[in-house]
Design a protein around this ligand. Structure first.
Ligand SMILES: [Zn+2]
Ligand SMILES: [Zn+2]
Ligand SMILES: [Zn+2]
Length: 237
């Protein structure tokens, strides 16, 4: 907790919008939580956004070494969903992802699932999203072997909302425009404008996803892990 009586020079106030998401949460958050059941992560987001840059988070003082002037700021929550912190967290995340990029051209492939699966996904997020990742990765890798005779590289990111903020789980995949030959001696590049035949790709994905859904046994207790073939680094944005 901060307890300093010097006036705070708040540079943010110049650009501050009239209402912040935190204000809306403060006014209607309790009512919303009573009416809709939030997951643990969702209520954590709400708490973080509410407490971001308030006394609850504690603060720090920056002193100017020229004039000795003090600037007091409250600490940020650093939750990626927070409108105040999100852009910084995002920029840092992007920087880290750049290290994984190979000096080749990439394709952007998006996998979506039928909205009939939404209720199932909503209460079994771990299992269904795992399956989404696996079906997409297996499909792409199988096509890499079939059409390029080697291993492709994939980076996949799950979005659970569409652009209009409606529920719309989809996977953005960055796929290398080429594959490493099985003997690991050669890079087999694709042409810049063609990766795989899209209809065959989506048919294969649909088949894998639907077969997977049929086979899924959902854990009885929440939090229990479903066994999967791959381990994905669960860094999220
Ligand atoms: Zn100064
Ligand atoms: Zn924040
Ligand atoms: Zn998206």
């Amino acid at each position: 907790m901060l307890n300093i009586s010097t006036p705070v020079t708040d540079t943010d106030s110049l650009t501050k919008p009239q209402y912040e998401v935190a204000d809306i949460f403060r006014l209607y958050g309790d009512e919303y939580q009573r009416r809709y059941r939030l997951s643990f992560e969702q209520s954590q987001v709400m708490r973080d956004v509410l407490e971001c840059r308030t006394t609850v988070m504690g603060g720090h003082v920056d002193a100017c070494d020229q004039c000795g002037g003090l600037r007091i700021s409250y600490n940020s929550c650093r939750n990626r969903h927070c409108p105040k912190c999100g852009s910084l967290v995002k920029a840092e995340w992007l920087e880290r992802q750049k290290e994984h990029l190979l000096p080749v051209h990439y394709f952007h492939v998006i996998f979506t699932i039928d909205h009939a699966f939404l209720p199932l996904a909503r209460v079994n997020q771990k299992a269904v999203y795992d399956l989404l990742f696996h079906s997409a990765a297996d499909t792409l890798k199988a096509f890499g072997r079939r059409y390029l005779g080697g291993e492709i590289g994939i980076m996949a990111i799950l979005h659970t909302w569409g652009q209009t903020l409606t529920e719309h789980p989809h996977l953005h995949c960055l796929v290398t425009g080429g594959a490493l030959s099985t003997d690991r001696q050669r890079w087999r590049s694709t042409t810049p404008d063609f990766l795989f035949p899209v209809e065959k790709l989506s048919a294969h994905f649909r088949e894998m996803f639907c077969q997977g859904i049929a086979k899924l046994t959902f854990p009885r207790k929440s939090g229990q892990r479903v066994k999967t073939k791959y381990t994905f680094s669960e860094e999220i944005l």
